[in-house]
Ligand binder design. Structure first.
Ligand code: FH5
Length: 282
């Protein structure tokens, strides 16, 4: 009996633009309110001219196509997009507690219970992405946001692709999170798969607990240390956390622990499963 609400065509006039939240490589992000509903969101503004210069139009199209179809509590929602003559606008979920890397830099490093909860949420999000054959390929603190309830949300799908993939791209930004198989240049058959995100999850776990990335060095040395898996884990890291890091930072992609095994790992279970009493109470 009730008319389905017509899918509204989005346009800039629908939004009241608030403060600038920050800037990505190719655009700025503003707090915004949709006038008719009062809905708060983050409006990412990309300038077509800059995208052309950067040769990243394809990447943005892919980011929109991939992120629009994702629905998971630990993946930042892309509600819609629209454009005018000069700009492309992405209507994104607003993450109330901002960028995770700022919290990490401020706290220097996270206590093991907090790092374990974050890694458990990352594993759940990656499991969801991989089930849809999406590889993120750019997991790092800078691409993770924190929601109002402290939950984390993977954002910035600009580098994500559908698996398997041997797309060649010019990397920019940090090398710290690159897995060894993406460093090996040359033959076209260097296909890589979802396992690249598991390597990055290992680097992320290390950085959450230690406060710096495991292979951090000069660009040349970083690549060499990644290719050799040359890293050391400080003694203040618990044996369980050490075990998980070593099972993720494995040179051979096929020998890396699976996401299911990450979720069942003693270090995760120790910090993430409510005790029997607590669950009876809640
Ligand atoms: C690459 C990129 O877009 N990075 C950031 C900029 C802000 N942006 C946000 C996006 Cl895309 C979504 N939600 C956000 N919330 C915040 C934020 C909240 N506080 C309290 N402080 C900030 C900052 N920022 C965002 C993503």
């Amino acid at each position: 009996l009730y008319e389905q609400p017509a899918p509204k065509t989005l346009h800039l006039g629908m939004f009241e633009i608030g403060k600038a939240l920050g800037k990505g490589k190719f655009g700025r992000v503003y707090l915004a309110k949709e006038r008719s509903t009062g809905f708060i969101c983050a409006l990412k503004v990309l300038h077509k001219s800059e995208l052309q210069q950067g040769g990243v139009q394809k990447q943005v199209r892919r980011e929109i196509e991939i992120q629009s179809n994702l629905r998971h509590p630990n993946v930042l929602r892309l509600y819609g997009h629209f454009h005018d003559s000069k700009r492309i606008f992405l209507v994104l979920e607003f993450a109330g507690k901002g960028e995770l890397y700022k919290h990490l830099r401020k706290e220097n490093r996270f206590p093991e219970w907090k790092a374990a909860q974050y890694i458990a949420q990352m594993a759940a999000a990656l499991k969801y992405l991989h089930k849809k054959h999406v590889i993120h390929r750019d997991i790092k603190p800078e691409n993770i946001l924190v929601g109002i309830h402290g939950e984390i949300k993977i954002s910035d799908f600009g580098w994500s692709v559908h698996a398997p993939n041997n797309r060649r791209q010019t990397m920019c930004g940090t090398l710290d999170y690159l897995p060894p198989e993406m460093l090996r240049s040359g033959s076209q058959d260097n296909f890589y798969n979802e396992k690249v995100d598991l390597w990055s999850l290992g680097v992320l776990t290390y950085e959450f607990l230690v406060g710096e990335a495991p292979f951090e060095d000069t660009p040349v040395m970083t690549q060499r240390r990644i290719a050799r898996g040359d890293m050391s884990i400080p003694s203040f890291i618990s044996p369980e956390a050490r075990d998980l890091i070593k099972r993720l930072l494995v040179l051979d992609p096929e020998k890396r622990i699976s996401l299911e095994e990450v979720q069942q790992h003693p270090w995760i279970l120790k910090h993430c499963v409510k005790t029997e009493k607590a669950s009876q109470r809640s």
